[in-house]
Ligand binder design. Structure first.
Ligand SMILES: NC(=O)C1=CN([C@@H]2O[C@H](COP(=O)(O)OP(=O)(O)OC[C@H]3O[C@@H](n4cnc5c(N)ncnc54)[C@H](OP(=O)(O)O)[C@@H]3O)[C@@H](O)[C@H]2O)C=CC1
Ligand SMILES: CC(=O)C(=O)O
Ligand SMILES: [Mg+2]
Length: 751
């Protein structure tokens, strides 16, 4: 893991928490009552069973087959790491499964088969056919992968697709189309050197030849060097098909004057001298994972005119099959395809190439923290481009329908595209955007509770993920011991540990504190104790003096206690209009609830302030605010003294003339459900509310915790808004990852 700042510990922790591995199964139907049980299982389940037995096509309607893909491997070519065995490859296969879900809403499970025998492998996969809508073969070494895929394609009636072959080939072709366009060369004319004649290599060169590359212009190399006519060592029929008549014998010789280098071999297989010998404006796709054949830095050092791509996300131009397999299968599943054929793959390559040439939406620029424009450093869309989901599958589906691969053609392509737009979880892009903004902000983050191992892990992640400097308040020896116990011993030299004993600013901190508290019955010795011994106060003083840009605390003490300490230094209280806003995310929906932190029992003016604070947070998160003042009554019924302030709060906002939608009072179902809103045609919200202003802090806490515990919603916050300083409070049950998320919010100054 050379370039990125990921450490082995982080990689292991990521896989260990919150539960071992990377995914779990969830039911999509209610499973609560006796009746649910009778429907989901015996006797109700018998009905769809009988229907499907009569007409197998109905499995696409009554089971999850139509949106379920198996990622199947025997672990014989795990990335570029070699034969790690079936179990050794499982983390990669679990990873592919979650990528399917994240990028194309395809449900996927990984299956690791403990065999290197193609017959056994094929038999196992074929027998599983009824379960799945498609089979994604992964990380199976050549030449067995060719035999396996060919046989399964013949024997199965669902798409069988070896991702390392065709996924890679499709992305490589898309990137190459654009790279050649930029360097002003034609695919028919260029001399291509391919290093690696395995699964990925053979498929790449075949696809490029089918798109116009000339056989005699393509030199293929493997561990034995150039594959030439008459070579006998290390050969197989798939390599032979690409053998050429040539005197060249080594990769080094082949690279002289080459226009294009394609690497799907291993780390470091290419030297700077080889790259130096290439033709003007060379194209170098060093696609080996996790480390490329040559790094972009090394290539550019000797050839500044090169267009360089790798398989990694931490360099520009990520030529990686993650841009292909989710969308190829999405398109194929949506037409109940029998196969993914060449036309579908080529359509995918062209759609990807085309997308990269178009204007990049702002949200992508935000997510990557930089502007992307078609050119040498942007020849292929980035994996987080939100257009991929609605641009690539329609192209694939259409090609499948045009070539007879569809069992159920799509009639209305416009409706299909609209449907694809709604498939992705919007919360993922919100978090992604925040993370990019935090990275751009490079905030010096004060972590007040350096004696807590979760906080220390979050602080190390914050800094190592490139968000900025971590300033940890704690004792140096204690921090060191706790980092060592967490397996992060080397991080003690990276993060900065600050405390009253090692700061030169203690006197000015005390001065500020005294000036604020002298008329509140606090004397100088109290002030010394507070500044020197209370980490929340000490951290707040650091922030007040600009000795850090933002503060995260609250993981070790209840928020009321922490707020009282912060308020010694700042005015973060109800009188000054501060408010706590909690983001609740569930099933692709995000709702902000407020005030979850500051006001105990707000009046209508306070409620209007809270709405304004929450609207500000919503806009920071990229949401257009729609506020509902919620209660147990809707527009005055039932009449109740307790609901009156919720009834009056909208009129306070009317008076203020704010620039966002608001309405109330109403019950939560009316607020969140546009059907329920139809019963009140006069109401002014243009859709379901995304901000709920609740009557009191207890109802805020009850609502958040109820959806968290009952529905398993993801909760971020409370975000402290309206303080003028960036301070975020974690909950005492926060994990290291939750704390990191709060630091990211603090860095973005969301409050
Ligand atoms: N960026 C992306 O999206 C993808 C990247 N890859 C990467 O491509 C690489 C190969 O994967 P895959 O095709 O599945 O694996 P295979 O095992 O099927 O093939 C590996 C090929 O690389 C050749 N090779 C190994 N070492 C060298 C070397 N030093 N010089 C020249 N050739 C060498 C092998 O030669 P021989 O035949 O002589 O043994 C073989 O032909 C991996 O690094 C993988 O991570 C794969 C898929 C997608
Ligand atoms: C990306 C991928 O599939 C590989 O490196 O094997
Ligand atoms: Mg792979």
């Amino acid at each position: 893991m050379s370039k990125s700042k990921l450490t082995r510990e982080e990689a292991l922790n990521f896989h260990l928490e919150p539960t071992p591995g990377k995914w779990e199964v969830q039911a999509t139907v209610p499973m609560t009552t006796q009746r649910d049980l009778s429907l989901a299982y015996s006797p109700g389940v018998a009905v769809p069973c009988e229907e499907i037995a009569q007409n197998p096509e109905l499995a696409y309607d009554y089971t999850n087959k139509g949106n379920l893909v198996a990622v199947i491997s025997n672990g014989t070519a795990v990335l570029g790491l070699g034969n790690l065995g079936a179990l050794g490859g499982k983390p990669v296969m679990e990873g592919k499964s979650v990528l399917f879900k994240r990028f194309a809403d395809v449900n996927s499970i990984d299956i690791e088969l403990d065999t290197e025998d193609p017959d056994e492998f094929c038999k196992a996969v074929k027998l599983m056919g009824p379960t799945f809508g498609g089979i994604n073969l992964e990380d199976i070494k050549a030449p067995e992968c060719f035999i396996i895929e060919q046989r399964l394609k013949e024997e199965m009636d669902i798409p069988v697709f070896h991702d390392d072959q065709h996924g890679t080939a499709v992305i490589c072709a898309a990137g190459l189309l654009n790279a050649l366009h930029i360097s002003g060369k034609k695919i028919e004319d260029v001399k291509i050197v391919l290093n690696g004649a395995g699964a990925a290599g053979i498929a790449c060169i075949e696809l490029l030849k089918s798109m116009g590359a000339r056989h005699d212009n393509c030199i293929v190399c493997d561990t034995k060097g150039v594959i030439y006519q008459g070579r006998t060592e290390g050969m197989n029929q798939w390599k032979s098909a690409h053998a050429i008549t040539t005197e060249l014998r080594t990769l080094e010789e082949a690279m002289k004057g080459a226009d294009v280098f394609l690497g799907v071999s291993v780390k470091g297989a290419v030297t700077q001298a080889m790259v130096e010998a290439m033709a003007p404006n060379p194209v170098i796709f060093a696609m080996a994972n996790p480390d490329p054949e040559i790094t972009p830095e090394e290539a550019h050092e000797v050839r500044p005119d090169a267009i360089v791509a790798t398989g990694r996300s931490d360099y520009p131009n990520q030529v990686n099959n993650v841009l292909g397999f989710p969308y190829l299968f999405r398109g194929a599943l949506d037409i109940h395809a029998r196969a993914i054929n060449d036309e579908m793959k080529i359509a995918c390559a062209h759609a990807l190439a085309q997308l990269a040439r178009e204007d990049v939406p702002d949200e992508v620029a935000v997510a990557y923290g930089k502007t992307l424009k078609f050119g040498r450093d942007y020849i292929i869309p980035t994996p987080f481009d939100p257009r991929l989901i609605y641009r690539i599958p329609p192209a694939v589906a259409k090609a499948g329908m045009d070539t007879g691969a569809a069992r159920r053609p799509i009639i209305d392509m416009d409706a299909y595209e609209l449907n694809l737009k709604t498939r992705l979880d919007p919360t993922a892009s919100i978090l992604q955007g925040l993370s990019a903004r935090a990275r751009a902000a490079q905030a010096r983050m004060i972590f007040a509770e350096g004696d807590d191992p979760r906080v220390l892990r979050a602080a190390v992640s914050y800094q190592r993920s490139g968000y900025g400097k971590s300033l940890v308040v704690g004792r140096v020896d204690d921090v060191k011991a706790k980092l060592e116990a967490a397996g992060l011993g080397d991080a003690v030299n990276e993060i900065e540990v600050v405390n009253a004993a090692n700061t030169e600013h203690l006197d000015s901190y005390k001065e500020l504190l005294y000036s604020r508290l002298q008329r509140k019955g606090i004397d100088k010795s109290d002030v010394h104790r507070m500044a020197a011994r209370d980490r929340h106060i000490f951290s707040s003083l650091m922030l007040a003096h600009g000795h850090g840009d933002a503060l995260v605390t609250g993981a070790t003490r209840k928020s009321a206690h922490v707020m009282s300490r912060i308020n010694r230094v700042f005015d973060a209280d109800a009188d000054t209009g501060a408010a706590g806003v909690t983001a609740v995310m569930h099933k692709g929906r995000i709702v902000l609830i407020s005030d979850t932190l500051v006001h105990e029992w707000p009046n209508e003016e306070d409620l209007a302030n809270i709405a304004e604070r929450a609207a500000g947070v919503a806009r920071h998160l990229g949401l257009e605010p729609r506020v509902a003042f919620v209660s147990f009554s809707t527009f005055g019924y039932p009449v109740s003294e307790r609901a009156e302030k919720m009834h009056l709060a909208p009129s306070v906002l009317d008076r203020r003339g704010v620039d966002f939608e608001y309405e109330g009072e109403m019950t939560v179902d009316v607020a969140l459900n546009s059907r329920a809103q139809e019963a009140y045609p006069f109401q002014r919200l243009t859709g379901p509310a995304n901000i709920l202003v609740v009557p009191a802090r207890h109802s805020a806490s009850i609502s958040v915790k109820l959806v968290q515990e009952m529905a398993g919603a993801t909760v971020i916050g409370p975000i402290l808004a309206g303080v003028g300083q960036s301070i975020q409070l974690c909950s005492t049950g926060a994990t290291a990852n939750d704390i990191l998320n709060m630091a990211i919010l603090a860095a973005c100054k969301v409050g």
